[in-house]
Design a protein around this ligand. Structure first.
Ligand SMILES: Nc1nc2c(ncn2[C@@H]2O[C@H](COP(=O)(O)OP(=O)(O)OP(=O)(O)O)[C@@H](O)[C@H]2O)c(=O)[nH]1
Ligand SMILES: [Mg+2]
Ligand SMILES: [Zn+2]
Length: 230
């Protein structure tokens, strides 16, 4: 008896992701898939980013959540290029949902698209959405073992953020242990420790976004982009 084997359950997703990637490339949009556990500060980071960069850069937002529109309502204060994707019982965004979201946006009027994935450190990593880069977000409140326990997000991310640095004095979190785990898993990944609440090191995140979106060199002090990002 011949047994059917599904060799690549993600094949359809990957094909749709490629279409999304082409669509975004054709429109000149740089795109970020922002992944992190529930409550690590994804929406807060995007709110602050919109506040700081919206006068200089056209930012579009797709935000995934199970049932509510709360995150989209928070961010809609700063942009009308925003779509809430409700995943129901789904614990991650997929390329088809993102495609439907992209259809609602005016891509020609977007420089940078930020996709806030469903709060989850596990399966968002496995689903290509057609993004240019994946960014993984951790926070001090979650404990210093989360990178080691969720290695795939560390492997797949181009940038890692460690948020809520303002809580460090109050929480038993070892920065050296966290860094050692990251270094063992992906010694090339860039890490920025931040606090969205008190704005600690937020300029480094703004610089990173600007550099990725417009391809400017950090050394280029003449660049108007870097001047207002810094
Ligand atoms: N102390 C502290 N709290 C923060 C910081 N950033 C965000 N928060 C708080 O953390 C809580 C969760 O923040 P959100 O931005 O909603 O987190 P999220 O990752 O979007 O959460 P989900 O969408 O539910 O996965 C809120 O109460 C924020 O005010 C920070 O830098 N420091
Ligand atoms: Mg959120
Ligand atoms: Zn999932």
């Amino acid at each position: 008896m011949k047994i059917a084997v599904v060799e690549n359950v993600l094949k359809l997703n990957d094909e749709l992701a490629q279409q999304n990637r082409q669509l975004l490339k054709d429109a000149g949009v740089f795109s970020i898939d922002l992944m992190g556990s529930p409550g690590c500060g994804k929406t807060s980071l995007i709110e602050r980013t919109l506040q700081h960069l919206r006068r200089h850069m056209k930012i579009g937002i797709l935000v995934g959540d199970l049932t509510t529109q709360r995150d989209a309502q928070r961010m809609a204060e700063y942009t009308d290029q925003i779509v809430q994707i409700n995943t129901g019982k789904g614990c991650h965004l997929d390329a088809n949902q993102v495609r439907q979201g992209l259809d609602q946006l005016d891509l020609k009027n977007i420089d940078c698209l930020i996709i806030e994935n469903v709060g989850n450190l596990i399966c968002p990593v496995g689903f290509d959405l057609g993004q240019d880069v994946k960014v993984g977000m951790f926070s001090i409140a979650e404990g210093d073992d989360k990178a080691a326990k969720h290695p795939y997000i560390v492997h797949e991310s181009s940038l890692l953020l460690l948020n809520k640095m303002d809580l460090l004095p109050y929480v038993n979190f070892s920065i050296p242990n966290f860094l050692e785990d990251i270094n063992q898993l992906n010694s090339n990944v860039e890490l920025i420790d931040i606090s969205v609440s008190n704005r600690y090191q937020m300029h480094r995140w703004f610089e990173w976004i600007c550099k990725q979106t417009f391809g400017r060199s950090e050394q280029n002090n003449e660049s108007p982009v870097m001047n207002w990002c810094g």
